[in-house]
Write a protein of this length. Structure first.
Length: 462
């Protein structure tokens, strides 16, 4: 399996190099040169398999010869062994023809565990074989960082440094990053906001001497292996509801477009997905772009669903690449405009392609809050604010086709918003109830690149 860049000017790579590289050298994102199709019979045969066996069947063709069959099976088994639900991604029914796909039973209570737990295993296996080491540095507004620390803690060939904005993540998110005691994981509280952290990470990747010296690697959501791991639960949910004999629709609370893009890949593989619906909070650049054709940044407004507070939705570039007939130069041109002018116009043909592929909707803060309250009363299900954005939007698209809304985080990860909506503080699951008693370990650093690089160099194991 070969992977190509959305900007058409980076080397073609195999799965292993794509995974370890993250961002392409031309600034683009890697995608498979061809999406391997599954036949209707192969999809039907997924019914009744365990989540792990489905994952193996669906992902195997993408991995090529990076791992052999037995090794890949074993890595998948390890990745999902720590989940708190035997189904891994259980479906609950909310109403007639409306289902909730609970993706928050992983170790850090957000869907990012599905991908991060797997790539922790894949990185470790690939690095153990080559004898290489890497230093993973990432910026987070909360969920990515906690999932990455949990996935890479204690691994021999990896050191992990996560930058989060001091004082601006929820207490559960912070404690998930600061309480693991393994020597290879480091939580860094940066004086600044999320953009400050992200800019520092970017600057580090552009400091080639430093980048090479510490062998910097990225695991943010543009990493193809993360998208791939998320393809699996679209199949598992759809097959439970009767696919491939019956089509299914999905609504996805969206920030960086990684999760919904995994649904797009599932459809490209042959899964009969009728509607794929982008749900945004009041940071609605994607909804506006699909409605008007103008992809124009507008400043991030904080919301009660902070993991979707984005200004530039990086994975959207992958959808644009297909919308422009896989013309890397056209994508590069749009991305240059985004950088220089804060936006770009999607051509009529490309917009028609995107509207065929995706529908969209948005939820205001009030609508999100009201959805949490109403759903709890009607069904007993407590939604996190991100999932509530999805449910609100999904309700405007209900039809005879089963609708699946992705529940992206556990309500206990965002207790303030949930308590404000329902009057009840959602408890942490039993298995992590001691989170508030564990000792914290964190280093506070100023917004300064050389201080940060010196700190990292001083703490990597060699
Ligand atoms: C990351 C995240 C999202 C957004 O996912 P994308 O792949 O960035 O679109 C939504 N909800 C929660 C809880 C998240 O952590």
């Amino acid at each position: 399996m070969q992977y190509i860049s959305t900007r058409g000017a980076a080397p073609v790579l195999d799965f292993e190099a794509t995974m370890l590289t993250g961002l392409a050298r031309d600034g683009g994102l890697y995608l498979p040169a061809h999406v391997p199709p599954m036949t209707q019979g192969e999809i039907a045969a997924l019914a009744g398999l365990s989540y792990e066996d489905q994952a193996y069947t669906i992902m195997r063709p993408f991995v090529g010869n990076t791992f052999d069959d037995e090794e890949f099976r074993a890595l998948i088994a390890k990745a999902y062994a720590g989940f708190g639900h035997p189904a891994r991604a259980p479906l609950k029914q909310l109403a007639d023809n409306h289902f909730l796909l609970e993706l928050f039973h992983g170790p850090t209570l957000a869907f990012k565990d599905f991908a991060m737990q797997l790539i922790g295993q894949l990185f470790q296996a690939a690095l153990a074989r080559s004898g290489d080491r890497v230093t993973i540095v990432g910026a987070t507004s909360g969920d990515t960082g906690s999932a990455a620390i949990e996935a890479f803690r204690g691994l021999d060939n990896v050191d992990v440094f996560i930058l989060y904005p001091h004082g601006r993540v929820s207490e559960v998110q912070r404690r998930q990053m600061t309480t693991p005691s393994e020597a290879n994981v480091h939580a860094l509280a940066i004086d600044g906001d999320f953009d400050t952290c992200q800019a520092l990470v970017k600057d580090m990747f552009n400091d080639f001497a430093f980048r090479d010296e510490v062998r910097l690697a990225g695991v943010n959501s543009i990493n193809w292996a993360r998208v791939l791991a998320q393809v699996v639960y679209y199949f598992s949910a759809a097959v439970s509801l009767g696919a491939p004999h019956r089509p299914v629709s999905f609504t996805v609370p969206t920030g960086n477009f990684g999760d919904i893009f995994a649904g797009y890949i599932a459809r490209a593989m042959g899964l009969p997905i009728e509607k794929l619906i982008v749900a945004t909070n009041h940071n609605d650049i994607l909804h506006r772009a699909l409605s008007s054709g103008g992809y124009v940044t507008d400043g991030v407004k904080p919301s009660i669903s902070p993991s979707m507070d984005i200004q530039v939705s990086s994975n959207f570039e992958r959808a644009l690449f297909d919308a422009y007939g896989r013309d890397g130069a056209a994508v590069a041109h749009s991305m240059d405009e985004l950088k220089s002018a804060g936006g770009f116009h999607i051509s009529q043909g490309a917009l028609e392609f995107l509207r065929e592929a995706f529908a969209s909707g948005r939820a205001s803060e009030e609508e999100t809050s009201a959805t949490i309250a109403r759903t709890a009363l009607a069904t007993g299900e407590t939604l996190c604010p991100h999932s509530a954005v999805g449910v609100h939007v999904a309700e405007t698209f209900l039809s005879a086709t089963p609708m699946v809304t992705l529940a992206t985080a556990h309500p206990a990860k965002f207790p303030d918003a949930v308590e404000a909506a329902t009057g009840k503080r959602p408890p942490l699951p039993e298995r992590m109830a001691d989170l508030f008693e564990r000792p914290e370990r964190v280093t506070r650093l100023a917004n300064d690149l050389s201080t940060l690089e010196a700190h990292i160099k001083g703490h990597i194991r060699t």
